[in-house]
Design a binder for this molecule. Structure first.
Ligand SMILES: *Cc1c(COP(=O)(O)O)cnc(C)c1O
Length: 392
């Protein structure tokens, strides 16, 4: 199929499919670890890379490749490599594109485990990271060194929904011979396409909205052929954090409804944010769709909608936050997000429980902060569930 003239929603449903001789309508799961060859010469040619085709499911599996082609098309990227998790995507990207002596500048507001990877594990291999306030372009500039290779960020950030200016940071990266990597987990390509805004690479935790129903762990890297299909692919092939065919199939089917789900998550989150804004026990609401959000205009410019994550501060600190969480009956108390089931989290003691007090203060994660990843239940039931705790 030629994808060039197809719209996003068509790509989400049809992109990447290659029917087999069985003429199946829905994509099959290739539950096989290896593939056979017609003869010894073909085996040799495949292994040598002289002939395309399947070899072994650590690096060539048709179900995984269908997911990769579809996600690449949806992000507007040349190539995609799927990984066993979002962290495997970020780790593989770093292994593929960095070497000892290189330097990363990263937003301070990234996923907690990404901070751990950059701060604890990469330094063992001679790769250091400077963390900066993602909103402050001058801070990014000041942190650049001669050996800086990557700029890394998430936007909107977790859990405070701050927005980074992707276009401005892509320009800064390119002026300094660096690559800009965007973790597009919160928006997904349905709401934001970082490559269109100048970013070089996109990473995903497919665990979140891409699957969208809380069933699997997976990830992906999307970007130029040379960087992704050669460099990152080479790392996956040699180190093995591959996506399983079953998980690829689940995520592939998730992509088909991504657009509809992201619109619904965004609409419901907007309604919840407005409810919280009016509530006397709520001190502050973080949601880019609110006009009071400091980067509302930027979010409007670079996103199609505002996403499903709403964070807020309840008065009364940890005790009040925990009381609110414990009073819920419908919501799931879990740190995951991007699920049809609404989840509620206390970041200071869970997702950010392992980072230092100083870091939490710098990022603005206080004891009264609660994060809700708004799902697809009736919004009145979600609001009712939170009201019970807030009014208690
Ligand atoms: C969850 C998450 C990750 C890590 O993904 P896993 O699939 O859990 O490994 C990375 N970035 C963001 C923004 C996430 O939310």
């Amino acid at each position: 199929m030629n994808y060039d003239n197809l719209a996003f929603d068509t790509l989400a449903v049809r992109g990447g499919q290659q029917r087999t001789s069985e003429l199946e309508n829905s994509e099959p799961i290739f539950a096989t670890s290896s593939f056979v060859f017609e003869n010894a010469a073909q085996a040799a040619a495949r292994f040598a890379g002289d002939e395309p085709g399947n070899i072994y499911s650590r690096f060539t599996n048709p179900t995984v490749q269908a997911f990769e082609r579809r996600l690449a098309a949806m992000e507007g990227g040349e190539a995609c490599v799927a990984t066993a998790s979002g962290m495997a995507a970020i780790t593989s990207l770093c292994l593929a594109l960095l070497k000892s002596g290189d330097h990363i500048v990263s937003s301070r507001s990234v996923f907690g485990t990404t901070t751990t990877l950059f701060d604890k594990y990469l330094p063992r291999f001679g790769i250091d990271t400077s963390f900066v306030d993602m909103k402050d372009l001058q801070a990014w500039k000041r942190a650049l060194q001669n050996n800086t290779r990557l700029l890394f960020l998430e936007t909107p950030s977790n859990p405070l929904t701050e927005i980074a200016d992707i276009r401005a940071l892509a320009d800064l990266a390119h002026e300094n011979n660096c690559l800009l990597v965007v973790d597009n987990c919160f928006c997904t390509p349905a709401l934001q396409r970082p490559l269109d805004l100048g970013a070089d690479l996109v990473v995903h935790s497919a665990t979140k909205y891409l699957d969208g129903q809380g069933r699997i762990v997976g990830g992906a890297v999307v970007g130029p052929e040379q960087l992704v299909a050669e460099e990152v692919f080479g790392v996956i092939r040699s180190t093995g954090p591959s996506l399983s065919p079953f998980n690829a199939w689940v995520a592939l089917k998730g992509l088909e409804t991504l657009s509809l789900r992201m619109q619904a998550h965004s609409r419901q989150a907007q309604q919840l944010a407005h409810f919280l804004l009016e509530h006397p026990r709520v001190e502050q609401v973080f949601f880019p769709g609110l006009e009071s959000h400091p980067q509302h205009e930027l979010a409007r410019r670079q996103q199609r909608d505002f996403g499903g994550i709403v964070s807020f501060v309840v008065s009364g600190g940890r005790e009040a936050a925990w009381r609110l969480i414990d009073a819920t009956q419908v919501l799931s108390i879990t740190a995951n997000l991007g699920d049809v089931k609404t989840t509620i989290t206390h970041p200071a003691t869970t997702t950010h429980g392992r980072v230092s007090e100083e870091f939490k203060q710098q990022v603005g994660i206080g004891e009264g902060l609660v994060r809700v990843a708004v799902g697809l239940e009736d919004i009145e039931d979600i609001i009712g569930d939170l009201s019970r705790g807030l009014d208690a």
